[in-house]
Design a protein around this ligand. Structure first.
Ligand SMILES: [Zn+2]
Length: 390
């Protein structure tokens, strides 16, 4: 059994230990400050100093009470030798902020509505998740954020205690423990509460000393997931600060480019969207009017080069409705439409053109469309036209 130093002090990053087992590039020690991946929290990283070597620790996993440290490189410390371990503190503190924020947010949801109970957690990336029962809404999420932020401002102390199964009932546990025997409780103390606690749950993870260190918790989105649960995505600590300030700066840059302030950004984007839809509608009307004018009084076989592929749709709509017309229209990007209100099949005409031009397409007897490289396409259309009109 490896002694877990972070259980007593999650701020300890430096330690000396004896190598007890090795297996390939993995090393077990008599004690460690490295947290092994568990409970939705990532493994720590860092390095060992052994003799004159500095060995990177890239992964940490627990198996049968042993903590196995994966070492990068070919050199492995021998059993019985001492190593000096150093945990990557910035990564560890990030995990502590995420994990402590997770406890606070889970308790906050429970305070908003006792139906909101945690079924699963993940803190493996900067966007952490809680899967909750009880169908929380966006409004509930905002209320839970308020509750969390107040607990952060109060800077309540975290406290860890080991208890037996019989002692558990003295504590207002948020959810029943998933382990048996001696149980580690992570408590957020609150002298203003009649129980003396703000939050209590069984947990083997690493946490900050006071709620103020969580810094901030904000919910990024809610999503319905399998099992009738709601996945709450959230960010905490320095990661939340970075995300929020970057988003603010992006929004400010965008607002400045529209010559407005952030508070008017939504209004400005809505106005632009309306303007864009209006312009698109006017353009479609203009294309249709132009198509009517281009085809005015035209019958028989017609070949019409169009300047813009946006014209193809309105043009073919007008062409197909015009009596006694077999029309081929094409654009500089190599798109072609054949329409027919005659006995000739648009589909067959298109097939003949595309066969000579080396293109692809298909359709029906009255309307067919395809594409091919422009120059062979134009040659194939003229070749067909000569055949069709002689
Ligand atoms: Zn925890």
């Amino acid at each position: 059994m490896t002694v877990l130093l972070f259980h007593e002090d999650s701020y300890r990053t430096s330690f000396i230990a004896t190598v007890t087992h090795t297996e390939g590039n993995r090393v077990a020690l008599d004690q460690t400050a490295f947290y092994a991946e568990a409970g939705g929290q990532n493994a720590d990283q860092g390095f060992f100093v052994w003799e004159d070597q500095r060995l990177s620790v890239t992964d940490v996993q627990k198996k049968n009470g042993q903590v196995w440290h994966t070492i990068e490189g070919d050199v492995i410390p021998e059993v019985g030798s001492y190593v000096h371990g150093e945990v990557d503190w910035s990564l560890r503190y990030q995990h502590m902020q995420r994990h402590s924020g997770e406890h606070l947010l889970a308790q906050a949801f429970l305070r908003v509505n006792p139906e909101f109970r945690v079924q699963a957690v993940s803190m493996r990336s900067s966007e952490c998740t809680l899967d909750l029962s009880g169908n929380p809404t966006e409004e509930d999420a905002r209320a839970a954020e308020e509750v969390v932020m107040r607990s952060i401002y109060r800077n309540l102390p975290f406290h860890t205690v080991w208890v037996t199964g019989a002692e558990l009932q003295q504590y207002p546990l948020r959810r029943p423990p998933q382990v048996e025997g001696r149980i580690r409780l992570v408590c957020v103390m609150d002298r203003m509460d009649r129980t003396g606690y703000w939050e209590v749950s069984a947990c083997g993870g690493t946490h900050v000393n006071r709620t103020g260190e969580v810094g901030a918790v904000f919910i990024t989105k809610l999503e319905k997931v399998a099992g009738g649960l709601t996945r709450v995505f959230f960010m905490t600590g320095h990661e939340a600060y970075r995300q929020l300030t970057q988003t603010y700066r992006d929004a400010r840059t965008l607002a400045t480019s529209f010559s407005t302030g952030i508070e008017k950004l939504t209004e400005r984007v809505e106005a632009l969207r309306t303007e864009a839809l209006d312009s698109r509608r006017k353009l479609a009307e203009a294309h249709e009017a132009l198509s009517v004018s281009l085809l005015s009084g035209k019958t028989g076989v017609q070949v019409v080069p169009l300047a813009d592929s946006d014209m193809l749709k309105p043009f073919s709509k007008v062409a197909v409705a015009q009596p006694d017309l077999l029309c081929v229209a094409y654009t500089p990007d190599g798109r072609v439409v054949v329409t027919s209100s005659t006995k000739a099949s648009a589909k067959e005409v298109l097939a003949e053109i595309l066969k000579n031009a080396g293109g692809k397409g298909g359709g029906k007897p009255d309307l067919a469309q395809g594409s091919a490289p422009f120059e062979p396409l134009e040659r194939a259309i003229h070749l067909w036209r000569e055949g069709a009109t002689t």
